[in-house]
Design a protein around this ligand. Structure first.
Ligand SMILES: [Zn+2]
Ligand SMILES: [Zn+2]
Length: 431
């Protein structure tokens, strides 16, 4: 009789050989058996990230009893509690390190095999090959299939679970305190504050950490113990048997609602939330050169995070009031000035309002209607570089009088006779 080990070994090697001939086979296979230790291939060929061959080699070296940290004579309850201990320590939602992921997968697989008396017996008799055949050969989806729990949770929760039972919620909690919400405040400022900056005081309402319990939500003097139901992880594990193998699923611990703690008495002042609505005056320092629609961030003036978590930020959305005298585009300011037709012809000095007062400009003789004059450096400061200022552009409007006095009329008639103008449209030189 041929050794069953030899046949199994052949079964394991055969699909590996096939996988080189049929590259499309391998990605499917490697997708199922994701090896946490595999490194991305730098080869230009579509080689599988983890070949089934290396996978099965790894399986041969596995020791399921060692993976669970138990002896060969361990009974069912010992196996179960050993697995729970491993899950608590190495579950991807508890421990994000790559090493923990590997350890958890190993423990998971070991538990799969050892928790079932018949597969355990086969494993005891034939080793890994006695239980790893179907999956390793790629021919079936029975016992021994390796499951990447991280992927399963991601697909269950869409990678964005928000509730305490969601995978990302768990991860966030494990990583540290949750940051509070950001807040928005709409602030209207004057045109000149936008140009030159300034300080504004606003009154906001936000959540602050409760003073009585210092944000913990626990009544001072009351004790907090680790939840005995979930052992402090906040989750309860359950094994679901499906045709694709055994899936570990987790649920929010019903005893502690995912907090991992049991509290004797909650803080009465904040109803155990650890947070209080507070009204507060916040000084906003507005830098020179801001514009309508700009946002300013005031760090840590948003809502405080739950359980002493850091505060979110306060965002000030700026609305800039208009100024009838000016138009502004970034650092450039635009305005108009009106001169008489005589000043336009003969030239004149006119006073022009600018953002920081008034300047006198020379309108040169022969200035045309809508001619634009530039006043250098009298625009708005550049945001982030207040020393640098834009320019002010003045459009010269020429006032043509609708009514003139008799004296003016005769003078203008005289001018016409001199040939300086005329309704014929011909100029002096064209005569
Ligand atoms: Zn409190
Ligand atoms: Zn619990």
């Amino acid at each position: 009789m041929a050794s069953p080990n030899l046949i199994l070994l052949l079964l394991l090697i055969l699909p590996c050989a096939l996988s080189f001939l049929l590259p499309s086979f391998s990605p499917i296979s490697s997708a199922i058996h994701r090896l946490p230790t595999s490194s991305p291939s730098t080869s230009p060929y579509p080689l599988p990230r983890s070949s089934p061959f290396s996978h099965s080699m790894r399986l041969y070296s596995a020791d399921f009893y060692r993976d669970l940290g138990i002896g060969r004579n361990a009974d069912a309850s010992e196996i179960k509690s050993a697995f729970r201990k491993m899950a608590r320590k190495y579950h991807p939602d508890v421990n994000s390190s790559e090493d923990a992921k590997t350890k958890f997968q190993e423990a998971n697989r070991a538990y799969e095999i050892l928790s079932d008396p018949s597969t355990r017996q086969r494993y005891d008799q034939f080793g890994e090959a006695g239980v790893g055949t179907s999956a390793a050969s790629g021919g079936g989806y029975g016992q021994g299939m390796e499951v990447d729990l991280g992927d399963i949770f991601d697909s269950f929760f869409g990678g964005g679970g928000r509730g305490p039972g969601g995978a990302s919620g768990q991860r966030q909690r494990q990583r540290g305190p949750v940051t509070g919400d950001d807040l928005r405040f709409d602030l209207e400022i004057s045109f000149s504050t936008a140009v030159f900056g300034g300080e504004e005081k606003v009154r906001i309402r936000h959540l602050e950490g409760c003073e009585v319990c210092t944000g913990t939500g626990v009544k001072p003097g009351s004790s907090v113990r680790t939840c005995s139901t979930c052992g402090g992880t906040g989750v309860q594990m359950a094994v679901t048997r499906t045709p694709l193998g055994n899936f570990q699923t987790q649920q929010t611990c019903s005893s502690c609602r995912g907090t991992g703690e049991t509290v004797d008495e909650y803080c009465g002042s904040c109803s155990g939330q650890g947070l209080q609505q507070k009204s507060k005056q916040v000084k906003i320092s507005i830098p020179p050169g801001v514009e309508d629609g700009n946002k300013l961030r005031v760090r840590s003036e948003g809502d405080a995070g739950p359980k002493g978590g850091p505060s979110g930020d306060l965002y000030i959305f700026l609305k800039v009031k208009s100024d009838p005298r000016f138009k502004r585009e970034g650092p450039e300011i635009y305005s108009e000035v009106t001169v008489s037709y005589i000043d336009a012809i003969l030239g004149a000095s006119v006073k022009v309002p600018v953002v920081d007062g008034e300047v006198e400009i020379k309108v040169p003789p022969g200035t045309q209607p809508d001619q634009v004059m530039r006043i250098k450096g009298k625009g708005a400061p550049r945001l982030g570089n207040a020393q640098q200022r834009g320019d002010h552009y003045v459009t010269v409007k020429v006032d043509i009088p609708k009514n003139v006095s008799d004296k003016e009329r005769s003078l203008i008639e005289q001018l016409r006779k001199e040939g300086g103008g005329g309704s014929s449209g011909k100029g002096f030189f064209e005569k």
